[in-house]
Design a protein around this ligand. Structure first.
Ligand SMILES: CC(C)(COP(=O)(O)OP(=O)(O)OC[C@H]1O[C@@H](n2cnc3c(N)ncnc32)[C@H](O)[C@@H]1OP(=O)(O)O)[C@@H](O)C(=O)NCCC(=O)NCCS
Length: 377
């Protein structure tokens, strides 16, 4: 990328240097981005479980095999030549998928709450849109995150799917709508406090095992996916990209293969995260029919993220979704007993997956909104 070097009265906009480590002198930008992340997510949710840490930024930027990523920061106008982390007032993250979805580009801008309404967000946004448009991307995607999902009414903006809302007056929606983006979809953010009542888990496990019958068995993998299973797990991730509801967001099939599963594992471990995956094998054919994944920072044991869960279409109707989730919870309780809560996100229109999570005890904790603007083409 040619270096963006826009200036306003309050800030300079420049490409974030990519350090070799977080101890390097030029790590100031990634350390500053992490500070902004912590402030903005705490503002929305009251806690920072969801904030990217500096190591997440570094590991993410080191991993560009399937997506080209760029990071831009806005630093205070009077910052020293080598700014300090606290001089970073806002940041822009840009992602350009390269192995699929090459029509699509993603951007995200965050500004420290104390430095809003001075044009910093707009300066970063213009830089981001220019990168995406210059790269020929015609569907621009962004997201906003909210600690509450408002009831229907004048204070709420409804997603084009007809399910899910965001607070109409929150800074993110006001800003993004003002830039011409449409609120396409809202995912419900839910949290499950642990431990789950053992009697409830016993009942759900027994029901799922009975519905699954002897043709299915579960396998559990921690911090790796066996090499001879990676191609099959890649198929599950590929189906995730086509089967999970996305409203009118122009996400198209995103093919995964064995190599990409390996890259995904390496990136997670590279940023100090762990993973726990339960799969269901259809024994007569050896097919992996379902999977469910937890991921978590290894050094912050209070929380975990419920990542993808999917049952292949041809294996639906056997309660395999509940089965993989319950077994993964069982395993988490044994392998990471300090976990106090699990965060997850599901499309508001995804009734079936929401029903499973509600049965398990997940309760609403906010919303994640997907916004899209079409350009050119
Ligand atoms: C959204 C965000 C990036 C805006 O940053 P910012 O530096 O305040 O943005 P700007 O000063 O360039 O604001 C541009 C315009 O957006 C609109 N806007 C921004 N915040 C607003 C608010 N709280 N209420 C009403 N309008 C708002 C206004 O039209 C504003 O122009 P104005 O100040 O001349 O009226 C910032 O509030 C933020 O970090 N929010 C959390 C993360 C997020 O939602 N990011 C956006 C999607 S990735």
């Amino acid at each position: 990328m040619s270096s963006p070097t826009e200036s306003t009265a309050t800030c300079r906009v420049l490409e974030a240097p990519h350090p070799t480590s977080l101890d390097a002198p030029d790590a100031w930008a990634y350390l500053g981005i992490a500070q902004v992340e912590a402030e903005v997510t705490t503002e929305a949710h009251g806690y920072d479980d969801l904030a990217d840490e500096a190591r997440d930024v570094l590991a993410g930027m080191n991993s560009q095999r399937y997506t080209t990523k760029q990071r831009v920061v806005a630093v205070r106008a009077d910052a020293p030549e080598t700014p300090r982390p606290q001089d970073v007032l806002g940041h822009l993250a840009v992602a350009l998928p390269t192995s699929s979805n090459t029509h699509l580009g993603e951007l995200s801008v965050k500004v420290r709450p104390a430095h809003r309404r001075q044009g910093i967000g707009s300066a970063l946004w213009e830089t981001g849109e220019k990168i995406l448009v210059d790269a020929g991307r015609t569907a621009l995607f962004t997201d906003t995150q909210h600690g509450t999902e408002p009831p229907p009414g004048p204070g709420a903006l409804e997603a084009r799917t007809g399910a899910g809302r965001v607070p109409a007056d929150a800074p993110g929606p006001r800003f993004v709508a003002g830039k011409g983006y449409a609120l396409e979809q809202v995912e419900r953010h839910s949290v499950l406090p642990l431990p789950v009542d053992p009697a409830l888990l016993d009942r759900l496990r027994a029901g799922a095992l009975e519905a699954a019958g002897p043709d299915y068995r579960t396998l559990v993998w921690e911090d790796d996916v066996p090499p001879d299973r990676r191609e099959q797990v890649g198929t599950l991730f590929t189906r995730m990209s086509t089967d999970a509801p996305v409203g009118d967001i122009d996400f198209r099939e995103d093919p995964w293969d064995a190599q990409r599963v390996g890259v995904w594992v390496d990136e997670l471990l590279g940023k100090g995260h762990g993973l726990l995956m339960t799969v269901t094998e259809h024994v007569p054919t050896g097919t992996l029919a379902a999977f469910s994944v937890f991921a978590y920072p290894k050094d912050r044991t209070a929380f975990a993220f419920q990542e993808d869960t999917l049952v292949l279409r041809e294996h639906r109707g056997h309660r395999l979704g509940m089965l993989v989730k319950v077994v993964n919870l069982d395993e988490l309780a044994v392998r990471r007993p300090a976990t106090e809560r699990i965060h997850t996100w599901n499309a508001e229109e995804n009734d079936h997956m929401l029903a499973i999570n509600i049965d398990l005890g997940f309760t609403p904790a906010g919303g994640y909104a997907g916004w899209q603007k079409r350009v050119g083409a």
